[in-house]
Design a protein around this ligand. Structure first.
Ligand code: MN
Length: 243
């Protein structure tokens, strides 16, 4: 009974609100519509699989916090930053990161850190799969062998770059300006995009990415990470970037 009453009251309130919203533009005119708070330009992309899908390699609690708190935080702070620079409206995060020097000084550091965080994590979720691991076939497999000698030599160099990051940062497989494969690392939320590169695969070596399950054992986390890499997604990215 109480529930029914509450629901009816709620519906009544919604109907009233709908009427008020519908009436507002006519009563207040276009000016009021123009000053209404704009939609935040950047949004947290949903995880493309359940948070526990990458168990036991990447644990569900880490995935939930990493996506729902850390990545969400970068998105919120990026939105706060671009709200201070209306001239940047409509630009993708990749475009913002591609020329940091061209940005207004007041938002440059925030775009580098929060925008980098948003771009890096968006790429990360889309690079993993419960059916991942193994070795890439096709063009990327051949290109990795060409650049590094063998897939094993590539993973060794990739893990060494990520293991060697002092403090927080990322290890990367990227295409350089001449569209050759390179292994890189960036501090904090630095993006290869800001160096004119195309990131293909990034591994997050901030402690928030692995500490709950692996504590200080970053090398063990890196090994587990490679077991869930979706090489088909990386290959697709590689082909698009070289096209
Ligand atoms: Mn992270």
């Amino acid at each position: 009974m109480t529930i029914r009453m509450t629901r009816r009251q709620a519906l009544g309130t919604l109907a009233g609100a709908g009427l008020a919203l519908g009436a507002a533009p006519r009563l207040l005119g276009a000016e009021a519509a123009a000053t209404a708070a704009p939609q935040a330009p950047f949004a947290l992309p949903p995880l493309p699989y359940p948070a526990d899908a990458l168990e036991p390699h990447l644990d569900a609690e880490t995935m939930r916090l990493h996506h729902g708190k850390h990545h969400a935080g970068y998105v919120a702070k990026l939105n706060d930053a671009v709200a201070r620079a209306p001239e940047l409206a409509g630009r993708s995060v990749e475009r913002l990161l591609a020329d940091l020097d061209a940005l207004p000084e007041g938002v440059r550091a925030a775009v580098r850190d929060q925008g980098g965080g948003h771009a890096n994590h968006s790429l990360l979720w889309a690079s993993l799969s419960p059916r991942g691991g193994g070795e890439p076939a096709g063009e990327l497999g051949g290109a990795l062998r060409g650049a590094f000698g063998s897939f094993g030599a590539f993973t060794e160099a990739f893990r060494a770059a990520a293991a060697g990051v002092f403090g927080s940062g990322w290890g990367w497989l990227a295409l350089d300006r001449r569209r050759g494969l390179v292994i890189e690392s960036t501090p904090n939320q630095g993006s290869p995009i800001s160096a004119g590169q195309v990131p293909l695969l990034g591994v997050d070596v901030w402690e928030h990415a692995y500490y709950l399950k692996y504590q200080n054992r970053r090398a063990e986390y890196l090994e587990a990470f490679l077991r869930v890499v979706d090489w088909r997604a990386v290959e697709e990215r590689f082909r698009r970037a070289r096209a």
